[in-house]
Design a protein around this ligand. Sequence first.
Ligand SMILES: Cc1cc2nc3c(=O)[nH]c(=O)nc-3n(C[C@H](O)[C@H](O)[C@H](O)COP(=O)(O)OP(=O)(O)OC[C@H]3O[C@@H](n4cnc5c(N)ncnc54)[C@H](O)[C@@H]3O)c2cc1C
Length: 115
Amino acid sequence: MAIPPYKAPSRTAYDIVIVGGAVIGSSTAYWLTQALGNGASILVVERDSSYEFSSTALSTSAIRQQYSNPINVKISQFGIEIIRGFQERMAPFYKDEPAPDLGFREHGYLYCCSP
Ligand SMILES: Cc1cc2nc3c(=O)[nH]c(=O)nc-3n(C[C@H](O)[C@H](O)[C@H](O)COP(=O)(O)OP(=O)(O)OC[C@H]3O[C@@H](n4cnc5c(N)ncnc54)[C@H](O)[C@@H]3O)c2cc1C
């Protein structure tokens, strides 16, 4: 996927400014947009649009769904559904081109333990 060129902010002031646009920053921006609609202006500031050195890009993409706390299980299940359906969810924002493929491949998770 081509690296987006630098784009200057279109306004001089925003209701919400998020510093860092990797998984947490982008997700926060997306969900705030969903929650607040067009009523709030949100700016994501990212210093490296290639994301090459972000933890998100360096991650091994292992997503564990076993936890002792049910809330953590739910959070993880929610996250994995978002990642699985990412391209479809983003499609409305990409009118003339396919939405980005995250390249996520599920290979399972191996636990080694004693009897
Ligand atoms: C090698 C590695 C393997 C991992 N494997 C896993 C795994 O298998 N499973 C798992 O669940 N987690 C894993 N993690 C952890 C997971 O990747 C991170 O917790 C997650 O990606 C953090 O996301 P983030 O958006 O908070 O941070 P990041 O992905 O680091 O994003 C921060 C962004 O902020 C930008 N930024 C920082 N400062 C500024 C600034 N001053 N101005 C503008 N922009 C700025 C950076 O350029 C970057 O894009 C791994 C991490 C690493 C490093």
